[in-house]
Design a protein around this ligand. Structure first.
Ligand SMILES: [Cu+2]
Length: 495
């Protein structure tokens, strides 16, 4: 872990040390004309993206219309920032879907560039995957059909247009897609206004408050945005909240923690509920990973606050993500604290807290009939990010997979020397992380996953069963600036 961000830390350490001579961080930052107009932390309220209303419904399907367009957004107070948006807002509208009920979304591309909409984490046919070359040309529409044939999960949709996905995501094309199922609704979980998606990312603004996109700019995206607002505050009641943490950044890893010893009860990973919820002090999420957590504000005094932090951040300005301000309202309704043993008892081991009635089924570990190895590596000579020494070629199939079979993939981050982290994402499937550097992956990080973190030098093994659709799907690094620079391959599932 110590070497996780050595490349960026090494460079940042120099600049931070230099800056500290001039401007101690304990003093208020004074306005300079060249500074971007970013407000102090915790001075703007959190926004929750609106839930999209279907244009019409039938007995088994919800239909939606979304327009992809460039528009002005208020991100920084009082300033209009140009952004790329779904329906004119950043993040885009939240889609709420039900398991086994169809969601049909017609996306119309109002931009002057191609778009492709990928529903990240979804089990969908190739025609609705948002495959990079299945793009929507400007002025045209494409209909995406999601049958929602998978357990409840925090999914998200974002742009995937070939070579443009990185800039499109950066400029705003991201939104939550919250899939619910009967189990989800039976559990005593916070719902409605107490079930909050948080799309968390970093960005760079210029002195006019406009977004600056520089490819793979890992050193200089100094502003944290939560649901499109800089380091916001959120006024909460004294009760439990369900927070859906989504790392929506291009290339920024987070290790989330709450200050003052407050903890998370992690209930879900990328692809849905954990078999056993886990009390966590810290939750590490690389780009595109998700974690659903319960946070308990019940015992906190009105007027106090809790800060969500990123303990990985090399700079103080990016360490503070958002603030929860505890209000007077107390709600002792659901869930009954007795249903969450161990949650409030500090003496209990912090490993697992079982909740009665929790779904405990796991995908069967079918024996693997094929093993493969993929080495992720940055070529300093060509500045390309490669998989097994090759850059992405849409005409090459990197893995041909027999439908219905199970495979084990060994994935290697060969960039230990350069200190570059990667994150491997497979479209279509949820997989199990078997082990990392020879050690079993903790259950809360093992399943169900669609993206696996690879610290510099890490070797992980994942196991996936390809038993839904056939066709050609990508797998790629979800440090999406790496993917846009060739770190992508494709597998084809054949009958
Ligand atoms: Cu990468």
């Amino acid at each position: 872990m110590i070497h996780l961000l050595s490349r960026r830390n090494a460079i940042k350490a120099c600049s931070v040390a230099g800056a500290a001579l001039v401007l101690p961080t304990s003093l208020p930052v004074t306005w300079r004309s060249g500074d971007p107009p970013v407000p102090p932390p915790f001075s703007v309220p959190l926004r929750t993206p609106p839930v999209l209303t279907p244009t019409h419904r039938t007995s088994d399907t919800d239909f939606y219309d979304i327009r992809i367009q460039e528009t002005d957004q208020e991100m920084l107070p009082g300033i209009r920032t140009k952004a790329l948006t779904y329906n004119g807002i950043f993040p885009g509208p939240t889609i709420r879907a039900q398991r086994d009920r169809n969601t049909v979304v017609r996306h119309t591309n109002g931009m002057s560039m191609p778009a492709a909409v990928h529903l990240h984490g979804a089990n969908v046919p190739r025609s609705s995957d948002g495959y990079p070359l299945d793009s929507i040309t400007p002025g045209q529409s494409r209909v995406y059909r999601y049958a929602n044939i998978q357990p409840a999960a925090t999914l998200w949709y974002h742009d995937h247009a070939h070579h443009m996905e990185s800039e499109h995501l950066y400029r705003g094309l991201a939104a939550a897609y919250l899939l619910s199922d009967p189990v989800d609704r039976l559990l005593p979980l916070p719902s409605g206004a107490f079930d909050v998606p948080l799309l968390i990312r970093d960005a760079k603004f210029d002195r006019n408050g406009q977004l600056v996109y520089i490819h793979d700019d890992f050193m200089d995206r100094p502003t944290i945005l939560v649901n499109g607002r800089p380091q916001p505050y959120f006024e909460v009641e004294r009760r439990l909240y369900r927070l859906r943490l989504i790392n929506a950044s291009n290339i920024e890893p987070f290790k989330f923690q709450l200050n003052n010893g407050n903890r998370f009860l992690q209930i879900a990973s990328d692809g849905g509920f954990l078999r056993m919820p886990a009390v966590r002090q810290e939750i590490e999420l690389f780009p595109s990973e998700r974690a659903e957590v319960l946070v308990d504000f019940r015992s906190l005094a009105p007027g106090t606050s809790v800060v969500l932090q990123n303990s990985l951040s090399a700079t103080e300005s990016k360490r503070q993500i958002m603030q929860f301000r505890i209000g007077d309202n107390t709600s002792w309704s659901t869930p009954d604290p007795d249903l969450i043993p161990g949650w409030e008892d500090d003496r209990m081991p912090l490993e697992h807290a079982g909740i009665p009635g929790w779904p405990t089924d796991e995908a069967p570990l079918a024996p693997a009939t094929q093993t493969r190895q993929f080495i992720m590596h940055f070529d300093a000579n060509t500045s390309e990010f490669l998989i097994n020494g090759q850059s992405y070629d849409p005409n090459r199939v990197d893995a041909t997979i027999k439908h219905g079979t199970t495979e084990v993939w060994k994935i290697v981050n060969a960039d230990a020397a350069l200190g570059i982290p990667h994150a491997m994402h497979l479209h279509l499937v949820q997989f199990r992380v078997l082990d990392r550097n020879g050690e079993p992956e903790p259950a809360y990080d093992a399943y169900p996953k669609d993206t696996v973190r690879l610290h510099p030098g890490d070797v992980v093994r994942i196991q996936a069963t390809f038993n839904s659709f056939t066709g050609l799907y990508p797998f790629h690094c979800h440090f999406i600036d790496h993917a846009a620079h060739s770190m992508m391959g494709q597998f084809e599932i054949v009958p």
